[in-house]
Design a protein around this ligand. Sequence first.
Ligand code: BGC
Length: 765
Amino acid sequence: MRLRLIALFLLLLLGFCRVAAQPSSPATTAEIERRIEALLRRMTLEEKIGQLSQYTSATPETLKLVREGKVGSLFNVMGADNTNAAQRIAVEQTRLKIPLLFGYDVIHGYRTIFPVPIASASSFDPQLIEGIERVAAKEATAAGVKWTFAPMVDVARDPRWGRMVEGAGEDPYLGSVVAAARVRGFQGHDIAIPQSLIACAKHFAGYGAAEGARDYNTAEMSEQLLREVYLPPFHAAIQTGSGTIMAAFEALNGVPATANSQLLTGILRREWGFSGMVVSDYGAVHELIAHGVAANDQHAALKALTAGVDMDMADGAYQSLLSLEPGKLPMKRLDEAVRRVLRLKFKAGLFQHPYTDPTRESLAQLTPDNLQLARRAAEESVILLKNQNHLLPLSKSLGTVAVIGPLADDKGDQLGSWAAQGRVEDVVTPLEGVQAKLPNVQVLYAKGVDIPSFERQPLTTTVAAPAPLSATGVAGVSTAAGTGGIQEAVEAANKAEVTVVFMGESAMMTGEASSRAFLDFPGRQEELLERLVATGKPVVLVIESGRPLDIRWANAHVAAIIQAWYPGVQAGNAIADVLLGDASPSARLPLSWPRSVGAIPVYYNHKNTGRPTSPDRWHTGYIDESSEPLFPFGYGLTYTTFRYSPVRVLTETVAPGGEVRVEAELQNTGRRTGTEVVQLYAHNRVGPISPPVRELRGFQRITLRPGEKKTVRFAINTNDLGVYDSHQRRVIPSGLYDVWIAPNSAEGVSSTFSVSSVASSSGSR
Ligand code: BGC
C-alpha cells in the first residue's frame, strides 16, 4: 500500500513537473496572429500607443496610467507580490485586459550574483555562461520579472569606457559565442516556459566605440568596421532567438541609433530578418532633441518610431504622438510596432499566465545549487597573469598570512556594478574565504588605504599642480586611512610569510557613466603596494576591477598577479580556492591589456599597416613605449604548463563553402592537472581590404592530467572567413591563409591553407 502511494505520488509529481515545464503560449503561430489582429481592431490609438510605452517603477502615477490602458511594460518592479499587484490592474481593470511585461536589468544574476559579464566571458566557457543565465532567469522569473535588458554585447576596445565590465571584451568572435550562450541561458528553448526570461541584446549599435570612451559620446566608424567588429555579436544573439533588441544612446556617424533606420530597419529587419521587438534606451527618444535631430518630443517620437523603435523606454515621448495632426501618424508602422509588442506577450505566455506563482519566489533564490554555480563561475573567471617561481598556489600549512587591501573585506564591491537584487549579507569576502579555508593559520588583516569615492568632475576645472603618480585619483575624495593604515599593513606583512593584497577599483567606478581618464589604482593603493613589496616578503596582488588597469609597476615588482574582476557572492570562497590550489586558474583575457592609457586602443586583431611595428623608428609605434599590449588577448596562466605541437592542416586547399580541418597535439607538461583554452586563429594574406593580423575562429577548453596528451581538432567553415569589401559585399577571399592553434593571440607557430577561387560542388577536398 505504502509503495503504491509513493508510486502514485511520484507519478503526480512527474505530471506536475511536466505541466510546470510546458510552454503556455497559444498552440500555433496562426492562432497568435489571429488574436493579435482581433485585439488591434478593437484598440484605440491611446491603447496602441500605451502598448508602446514603458515606464519605470510602480508609483501611483504609473499605476494610474496602467489602469487607463496606457502602459505596455513596467520596469524596476520586482517581487511576485508587486508584479502581481500591478498585473492585476492591467488584466482585471483595463478594457482590453492586455498583460504587462515586467523588465529589469538582470546583468549578472538576480539574487545570486555571479561574476560581472567581462569576468564570465573570461572563462571562455559558453556552457558555464549559459548555466549562469539559466539560474538568473529562474530567480528573476520567480520574482515576476519576464524580460531582462541583457546581454550587453557591445564590443569594447577602450578600457576607459566604464561599460566594458558589462560586455565580453574586444573580440567579435568571442563576443558572438558569449552572446549566443547568454541568450540561450536566459530564454531556454521557449520563452513561454515560466522559468524563461526574454533577452534583450543591447546597445544596437556601436555604443562601445564612443569617442574618447566617454559614455554616451558619438561614435564614428566606417560601415566595414561596424560590420566586421561591432555587429557580429548582435547577429549571433538574433540568430539564437533574442526576443528583443535595445537601440543605443549614441549617434553613429551622426545619426543617433534611436533614429537610425539604416540600423534598426535596414540591417536588423531587412538584412537579418529580425522579427522581435526593439526598445529604446532609457529616455533616448527624448534625447533626440539634445542630439539635435528633433525639435520636440513629438518630432523625436515620430523619428524613433519611423526608424524602427517599437517601445519607448521611460520618457513617455510616444504619448506626444497622440496629438499629431491627423494623417501625419504612420499608422501602418504604428500597428506593426503594436503587433510586435503583443506577439512578444503572447509568445511569452503572458495572456494565459499573467501572474507569477508567489510560492516559487523564495524557493528559487540563492539555492545551494545556485551558490555552487556562482563559486565555480568565479573560480573559472579569475585570470592568473603572473606567477614568478611558482609562488602560487600557496601552501595550506603556512604559519601566518597577511590579507591586505581595501577590497579584501569589502562585501559590496565583490558584487560589482549593476548587481540587481544582490545583497551584501550574501557575500563571502576574500578575507572570509581565506580564513574559512585556513582555520589553523594566523590570518592578519589590514585594510591599508581606502579607495577614494569619485564624484563627477565639474564642467570646468582649474589647473592644479600635478599630483604624484600614486595619487592620480585627484578627482577622488580620499578618506584614506593615512600613513597609519599603510604602516599597519606593513607591520602585518612583516609578520607574515606571504602577503595577499586586494586592490583595484570600487564597483561604483565601473559600469554606466563611469568612464575614466586615468587607469591607475585610485588613491594611495600603489603606494601601499610599493611599501608591501619593500618588506621583501612575497606578495600576491589580486586585482578587482571592471577593466584592465595600468599595472606597469606591479608587473615589474610583484611576484604573482591575479585579475579577479568582481567575482560575485562567492568571491571569497572562489578566490581562496584558487590561491590555495583547490581550483586552478583557467580564465583567459577577453581583451588586450594596455601598458598605459596613452597606448589605447590596443587590440590583437589590428591591421598590419604598410610599416608593421618593429624596433626600427620609421614603423608604426611609439618612441617612448612599446605598442604591444602588456598581456595579449587570450592570455592567462595556470598551475601547470602545456606544450603545443605544430599545427597540422588536414585540408590544404579548400573551395569557398568548404571546411578546413586543422589539429594540434596538446600535452600537459607540468605536475598538476590543468585546463588550457586552446585557441584557433586565422589570417588571410591578401584580401579586398587590409585584413586583421589574426582573427579568433574557435577555441576549446581542454583539461589534462600531468603528462596527458590530446589531439585538439578544429574545423573552419570557409563561409566564416568572409569579409566585407569596400562596397559592403561579403566575399570569401581566395588565396593563402595562415592558421595558428595557440595559447593566446601573440604566440603559436603558424601553418597555411588556401582557399581556391572556384567553388566545388563537394565543398572541400
Ligand atoms: C542603460 C541600459 C539599461 C537601461 C535600463 C540605461 O541607462 O544604458 O543598459 O538597460 O538604462 O535600466
